[in-house]
Design a binder for this molecule. Structure first.
Ligand SMILES: C[S@@+](CC[C@H](N)C(=O)[O-])C[C@H]1O[C@@H](n2cnc3c(N)ncnc32)[C@H](O)[C@@H]1O
Length: 252
């Protein structure tokens, strides 16, 4: 059966399996190291684009009060189920991070990990989100997010096709990079083994924007942030030309 689905709908239910090579413990450690390095007292965190809770759940276990926001109902439902299994209480909200509607202010930290902002493809969307985050933070609060770099989206994903043939899941991931708009169109076809040992096929179409560091920096400054550090690939150093993940750390 062939189905055309939206971003992170059926994919949500196999997302964790396909991300099993990502070291989320290391990611949590890195976030905590960033917080320490900026001398911010963080008790609560608003996590944007929290997905299936791969950071939300371990951070909650470390006693942070967290609310997670994501646009995908399915990703949130996986997060909820995982949290229940692990006996962790999470506050989860289905919202678009371009139009955040969060009523609690004076937050210690706002976090957005693993490409959330690449999914906002218009300047106005990302700028609007930065304005709201600035408003939500307490004075001295910290905003930590990362994006897939321009280099990664234009060169590594670029116009290339990737695939994997696992025992229970196979996928083909075709990318098309539009150099005028700096957008990557991704066509994902998944084949997932069902109980009757037949494979079900479904497709998703994702779109991400490749941002240059300067574009993001300008929008952060417009929003009011002045103390901004930019790090490459889980280090505390400026990103190298071939860095794949760029971290922005902004103190209000
Ligand atoms: C690559 S996943 C990362 C999920 C999670 N942060 C992690 O590290 O596993 C990107 C997430 O961004 C979410 N997302 C994309 N566009 C969004 C938007 N406009 N508002 C809120 N969430 C969005 C997707 O639903 C998805 O859960």
């Amino acid at each position: 059966m062939t189905k055309i689905m939206n971003q992170y709908s059926d994919f949500a239910f196999i997302y964790d399996e396909l991300m099993n090579d990502v070291d989320y413990n290391k990611w949590v450690e890195y976030i905590e190291d960033i917080i320490k390095s900026k001398n911010v007292n963080v008790k609560n965190i608003l996590e944007l684009a929290c997905g299936t809770g791969n950071l939300t759940i371990p951070l909650t276990k470390k006693n942070y009060d967290i609310a997670g926001i994501d646009i995908s109902y399915e990703m949130l439902s996986v997060a909820k189920e995982k949290a229940e299994k692990e006996g962790v209480e999470l506050v989860l909200l289905q919202q678009d991070i371009a139009e955040l509607d969060f009523e609690l202010y004076d937050l210690d930290c706002v976090l957005c990990a693993c490409d959330g902002y690449n999914y906002l493809t218009y300047d106005e969307e990302i700028q609007n989100s930065f304005f709201t985050v600035y408003d939500l933070l307490k004075k001295d609060g910290i905003f930590i997010f990362d994006i897939s770099s321009f280099y990664k989206l234009s060169n590594i994903l670029g116009n290339n096709t990737y695939g994997e043939n696992r025992e229970d899941i196979c996928y083909i991931w075709q990318n098309y990079f539009d150099e005028t708009e700096n957008l990557v169109d991704m066509e994902l076809s998944f084949f997932v083994k069902c109980e009757d040992n037949k494979f079900e096929r479904f497709q998703e179409y994702h779109k991400q924007r490749a941002y240059k560091e300067d574009e993001i920096l300008k929008m952060l400054k417009n929003a009011g942030f002045e103390d901004i550090s930019i790090y490459g690939d889980f280090t505390f150093e400026s990103p190298k030309d071939d860095a794949e993940r760029i971290f922005f750390v902004c103190k209000k």
